[in-house]
Design a protein around this ligand. Sequence first.
Ligand code: NAD
Length: 271
Amino acid sequence: MTASKLKPHTGRVAWVTGSTSGIGWAVARQLASEGATIALHGRESASEKTEMLLAELHSLGSKHQIKARYYALDLADSAAIAPLARRIAIDLGPVDILVNNAGMQHVQSVLDFPPEKWAALLAVNLSAPFHTIQSCAPAMLARGWGRVINMASVSGLVGVAHKPAYVASKHGLLGLTKSVALEFATTPVTCNAICPGWVLTPLVQTQIDALAEREGLDEATARARLLGAKQPSQAFVTVEQVASLASYLASDNAAQVRGAQWTIDGGFTAA
Ligand code: NAD
């Protein structure tokens, strides 16, 4: 393949956590279509659905002969993260692009927030990225190239009532991002965070459904209420828009973007 025909991520191996739905799936699609081999990851066991997702990735990346494999792991199982990174390296090659995307939400007052929910949420949203970085960064540093992209949130930058664990985990993830970016600042390995506002995915649909039920609203009104409260553009960010930002951060052109907390939020944090 001539250099001019090479896509930006040709030959790279990308591990996108939580990539069977929502933003993670869009990121996996985008990177595959731009030449990356994909470690698709989810909590659920391999199934007909994951086979279909892999087939789609293979077809998107067919011109670049990409590989794609599915890996199942509950990221709350921290001891299993390093072995999974080693498995991916054996099957596909060492991870060049690590996208810490998996995340969970629980909306409840701090007064009766179940401690086990707090622990589970912190484990998946904050501790898992620490463990994936610790597992993947040594090979990136040794090979002289690497990208870590952490899917944070506007909830990493501002507080939101009734989301104590989510907000704390995303603020923590931004801290982790900056610390790692500084530690690797003189190396070719970068670490950045994306801070989306409202994106219409299963994670947000659950909140729309809960609002509709609580207030007796129809679906459209509940969506408008959710946006109206916080997102000045009054429009959802799309998963494709977030994926294209992730693709940029994974590119060579982003080599000097380091420790960024890149908002893509319809003006959410400008207000
Ligand atoms: P989603 O529910 O479609 O995706 C979350 C993914 O994480 C799912 O694939 C899920 O299986 C996976 N996951 C959850 N718990 C897991 C666990 N224990 N082990 C392994 N995988 C697990 O929702 P999404 O909106 O696409 O969320 C993706 C990321 O984007 C999350 O980190 C979320 O916090 C962040 N985010 C979303 C929005 C939004 O408005 N949708 C806004 C800001 C940030």
